[in-house]
Design a protein. Structure first.
Length: 85
């Protein structure tokens, strides 16, 4: 079973978002952006969460857009930014 591209958990008053694609240097994927939006909405709606910590699994925080998907014409970097916004 493949792990989700982004993990979200609540620890006391913190929402912890972990970018979870270390094999791809945590580059953005559509799945990740969708999960990121869900995590932010959940944190927004939870009065117990006072702050959000964003981290990346592995040795790279985040390399940004997935260049392979961009080269294949599947997505542009600003599409994901707009989706999150």
């Amino acid at each position: 079973m493949t792990e989700p591209h982004l993990l979200f958990e609540k620890k006391d008053a913190l929402g912890l978002i972990t970018i979870n694609r270390p094999q791809a240097k945590n580059s953005l994927s559509q799945e990740m952006v969708t999960l990121w939006r869900q995590a932010l909405e959940e944190a927004r709606d939870d009065d117990g969460i006072r702050a959000i910590i964003l981290t990346g699994r592995g040795d790279t925080f985040c390399t940004g857009g997935n260049l392979q998907e961009m080269a294949e014409g599947k997505r542009q970097g600003w599409d994901m930014k707009r989706f999150l916004w």
